[in-house]
Design a protein around this ligand. Structure first.
Ligand code: NZQ
Ligand code: ZN
Length: 395
């Protein structure tokens, strides 16, 4: 296992009714005028909005609102938020929603402290986002589980006419605190709930499928969280208001990327499935989690074939997570992939790119864009040809 530093600078207030700490905690963090942001209005329909205003008013906090942040959030929303924050002399940001609203606010938090265009702050080809030297204080109220944005240092923003998804990654944009009430996710439509499940699972897999360096605590904990996700998701199909299933899926979302804890001490911060999946979202505005479910089985099969020395990691996943009982590594790994495909079918993910509406003639361009910042992956390195091969296998 390699050396590492572990730090999660976000406090989680988890469980029913935790919203009660909102006003006082913003004040304790030094906030007096809040930029309150949300998406397309689900928080008004399910009553979360009213509860928040009550908290802000009771604590004597002033606020201005930025609404309408869309899924796969665009840089224009970020720029709007930066202007609102500055024009109104805000000193705190409160993001309410799923990953899209949270991510937009992380970019706003960094952007308000930077004199140049926010576009400068994204991770570049060298993998660094060194220009973030300060960020406004941010808190989040999560209403949809999946991305892990509530406890992590990442944000993904859609930029430009070609809808490129750019990543911002810096511990300074970790929220100061996040309120995680599983009841707030009761109203998430089934499709988005299950896309969130696919996203959580992929975050765990992207940290699991690395060269094996005996990071046993990380891998065993990861296997445990993956098994919980596989067990709990079908319960939500049967009953969206199953509190314990919502709670376990929500905490799995937060734990999956908190401090990238399952990647600690392991080589490679690679996330190749995300690299390719973001191109599907750019081209088709496809829901993030769906892109990952579509590509994962093909990527696994490709990687086992191209880098057979890593087959034991896939066989271990099959046995320890998918409960495959088979001694031969290759057979076990393939059975594990089939079991994963069956799970994706259970949670109603489309089975292949064709079924998801992708056009074959777009694959080439998407593969090229996926690797324009450099090759992807840490088991088998993926350039354009390899990414294209995987997309064809997933078609
Ligand atoms: O906008 P509203 O009206 O709130 O509706 C949203 C939206 O339409 C709805 N929703 C959320 N909570 C709800 C609800 N509807 C009813 N009741 C509720 N309680 O769900 C829809 C999807 O919301 P969105 O925020 O887009 O989903 P998600 O959380 O999956 O976020 C996706 C974004 O996060 C990025 C993705 O790339 C994508 O842009 N990611 C961020 C990461 C991070 N920060 O670390 C990592 C991830 O890998 C991912 O890339
Ligand atoms: Zn993701």
């Amino acid at each position: 296992m390699r050396n590492f530093i572990f730090s999660i600078p976000t406090t989680a207030y988890f469980g029913k009714g935790q919203i009660k700490v909102l006003g006082q905690t913003i004040k304790a963090e030094g906030g007096s005028k809040v930029l309150l942001t949300y998406g397309g209005g689900s928080i008004k329909q399910n009553g979360i909005y009213d509860t928040i205003l009550e908290q802000l008013n009771t604590a004597g906090l002033a606020y201005v609102e930025l609404s309408g942040i869309q899924p796969n959030p665009r840089i224009e929303s970020v720029e709007q938020g930066i202007k609102l924050y500055r024009d109104n002399n805000c000193d705190f940001i409160l993001a309410v929603g799923g990953g899209s609203t949270l991510d937009a606010c992380k970019a706003i938090a960094a952007g308000v402290m930077y004199a140049g265009p926010v576009n400068d702050l994204f991770v570049d080809a060298s993998g660094l986002s060194s220009r973030i030297i300060a960020a406004a204080p941010l808190a989040t109220i999560l209403t949809m589980a999946g991305t892990g944005s509530e406890l992590d240092m990442g944000a993904v923003i859609t930029v430009g006419e070609d809808h490129k998804k750019k990543v911002l990654l810096h511990p300074l944009v970790n929220p100061r605190f996040s309120i995680l009430d599983p009841e707030y996710t009761y109203t998430v439509p089934e499709h988005h709930t299950m896309a969130g499940v696919a996203d959580i699972l992929c975050h765990l897999m992207e940290q699991y499928f690395t060269p094996d360096v005996a990071a046993k605590v990380q891998d065993r904990m990861n296997e445990g969280v993956m098994k919980v996700v596989l067990e709990e998701a079908p319960k939500l199909l049967a009953n969206p208001q199953d509190y314990d299933a919502r709670a376990n899926i929500m905490w799995a979302s937060s734990m999956a990327l908190a401090g990238f804890q399952f990647l600690l001490g392991k080589p490679g911060f690679a996330f190749p499935l995300h690299g390719m999946g973001h191109e599907l979202s750019s081209q088709y505005d496809m829901t993030h989690g769906v892109t990952l479910a579509l590509l994962t089985p093909a990527w696994m099969r490709y990687t086992m074939q191209a880098a057979p020395q890593h087959l034991p990691v896939f066989a271990r996943f099959a046995r320890n997570v998918m409960e495959i009982r088979e001694e031969d590594d290759a057979k076990a790994a393939e059975a594990g992939i089939k079991a994963l495909e069956a799970f994706y079918a259970t949670i109603k993910m489309p089975l292949n790119l064709r079924e998801a509406g992708v056009k074959q003639e777009d694959l080439d361009g998407m593969a090229a864009k996926a690797v324009e910042n450099g090759k992807l992956g840490c088991l088998a390195l993926l350039g354009k040809d390899e990414a294209l091969q995987i997309m064809r296998m997933a078609f």
